[in-house]
Design a protein around this ligand. Structure first.
Ligand code: GLU
Length: 292
């Protein structure tokens, strides 16, 4: 079976050189392997995603010479599928509702830190400090009935116990050079949020379901998502989904060595295009071979 690659941007800003690198790398690898290249629009966050950014993404990719096979998949059109997976995980007893607001969570972390450092996830955010897992069924039902907002969190301990030891295949490298068969450590993330009262999925759940549904065999993306792969591997195992292999690539940084951000117009592809830079010059700058 020919391999299937994908580029999966979120339309919450303009693409920059880092996205160009990811898109071109996927495209080149797909071409070289006689495989497919898919485009997926990851627009589950309705507060930040805009159709105008999707239009800009398509325009930038076309200009770069990146074309994709088949229909573009838009995550916002598949909420029912994500809901079904949430129901399955719930029925397996692996999810629980947590009712703390973001500011309450921060307050709890400050409280916990009075007696020593509180663990952080690989992105540097504190692990969930609350004890909603211990709420009684009656109390949960009462809070849900009262209309209180909540997040559905994965009971990481139970999930890991059920899934057993896991690993994933890394063809690129993690931040510390991890490559080959890499042990998954989803525990590092604590009880991650997989859905919210009004949002039927999180990034982690949607990405795993979509990769499986679209038959993606090679996930090629930035090294900033290397550690998230452990959560993805766990969800694949729990939901009985096939596992793709991974290639996490270096991140493109600015002159000061900082990761590029969507909010900085200066490094956007639109700005570079506007100033007369050519797609071939972008390839050269990114250290990629010229296109055929
Ligand atoms: N949508 C994610 C982003 O724009 C990428 C997800 C992925 O490649 O797994 O950062």
């Amino acid at each position: 079976m020919p391999p299937v690659f994908r580029f999966a941007p979120s339309p919450n800003g303009l693409l920059h050189l880092g996205h160009a690198f990811s898109a071109l790398l996927n495209f080149d690898l797909a071409r070289a392997a006689g495989g497919q290249m898919l485009l997926r629009i990851e627009d589950i966050d309705a507060t930040r995603c805009r159709p105008a950014f999707e239009t800009a993404i398509r325009g930038d990719l076309g200009w770069l010479g990146v074309c994709w096979d088949g229909e573009v998949r838009r995550q916002s059109e598949h909420f029912e599928l994500y809901r079904q997976a949430v129901t399955r995980l719930s029925e397996m007893g692996l999810l629980y509702p947590a009712f703390e607001s973001r500011s309450e969570i921060l307050r709890l972390v400050v409280e916990r830190e009075r007696s020593g450092p509180w663990p952080r996830d690989p992105d540097g955010a504190p692990l969930y400090p609350g004890d909603a897992k211990a709420l009684s069924a009656a109390e949960r039902a009462r809070l849900i009935g009262s209309g209180a907002p909540y997040a559905l969190r994965l009971d990481m301990q139970a999930a890991v116990a059920r899934a057993g030891d896991l690993s994933f295949i890394e063809h690129g490298a993690g931040p510390d050079g991890e490559t080959g068969s890499v042990p998954a450590r989803p525990q590092a993330w604590g009880d991650v949020v997989l859905a919210r009262k009004d949002t039927p999925t999180s990034y982690h759940l949607a990405v795993v379901l979509d990769d499986a549904l679209q038959g993606v065999t090679e996930v090629v993306r930035g090294r900033d998502l290397f550690f998230a792969t452990s959560v993805h591997r766990l969800l694949q195992q729990l939901l009985g989904l096939p596992r793709p292999s991974y290639r996490h690539h270096r991140l493109i940084v600015d002159a000061a060595g900082r990761k590029l951000s969507k909010s900085n117009r200066a490094t956007s592809l639109a700005e570079l295009r506007g100033s007369g830079v050519t797609p071939q010059a972008i390839r050269r700058q990114l250290g990629l071979p010229p296109s055929a």
